[in-house]
Design a protein around this ligand. Sequence first.
Ligand SMILES: Cc1ncc(C[n+]2csc(CCOP(=O)(O)OP(=O)(O)O)c2C)c(N)n1
Length: 273
Amino acid sequence: MIDEELINNLKKIALQVRRDILEMTTQAGSGHPGGSLSAADIMVTLYFHKMRHNPKKPNWLDRDRFVLSKGHACPALYACLARSGYFSIKKLKTLRKLGSCLQGHPESHRCPGIEASTGPLGQGLSFANGIALAGKLDNKDYKVYVMLGDGECDEGNIWEAAMLAAHYKLDNLTAILDHNRLQIDGFNKDVMNIEPINEKFEAFGWNVIVIDGHNFEHVINALDDADKIKNKPTIIIANTIKSKGISFMENQAEWHGKALDKKQLKQALKELV
Ligand SMILES: Cc1ncc(C[n+]2csc(CCOP(=O)(O)OP(=O)(O)O)c2C)c(N)n1
């Protein structure tokens, strides 16, 4: 049984992160709110509960690592980093501005807390494999988390990386699939069917856990269960809702890469209380 206070605290932070995502993207006039909102609860659980990290020492060698392979969802990552203290909350207002460290896709050399520069889909799992393999070679006990999009799984290099992670028995690696069923311009089932995605990863030698990605208890338990698995990587298939939390945005491809205008933002913020 998970502590109710912990869940309530995570819910509170997730509401704030959702407000940040919408305010940031509206201020920028562009960005990717849909896939940021679907991924928010998982990222909040990682940064505010699960991961061993220290915002004051972003390069601490023993830190757990998080790689956002679906890099376009970086508003959620930036909000988590700012709210955990990697940089000032004020900086969120500079999203996508010239010279800002918070570009439209994450850049690791510009911004503390970003492990990998991502944006071109399909690369983050390979990157995470490398860090996990290095951890094993160096006898480190850090864990590596990588978030994938379901549309991103159309990329062939995801499957090369999936094969490698199993081959090298990377049990220090946990992938989380943000399974919101939508991609840039439609439902996966119409653009490129990836189902049965759980069986595909199982066939590639992974431990597979399927959860509701907006249920904090599920997310926490799945992350803890992944710790117990030896000799194979784990993927948590998190069933989520694109644009989760805003009634007039949920489940629509339209909000993949478009910001709310100021009036819509006001309306949306009323739902995040
Ligand atoms: C290699 C590559 N091809 C195309 C794109 C353009 N693109 C950005 S997001 C996206 C859709 C991704 O879908 P999904 O992974 O399901 O993201 P989510 O719905 O979770 O936001 C595409 C095709 C890209 N960033 N990289």
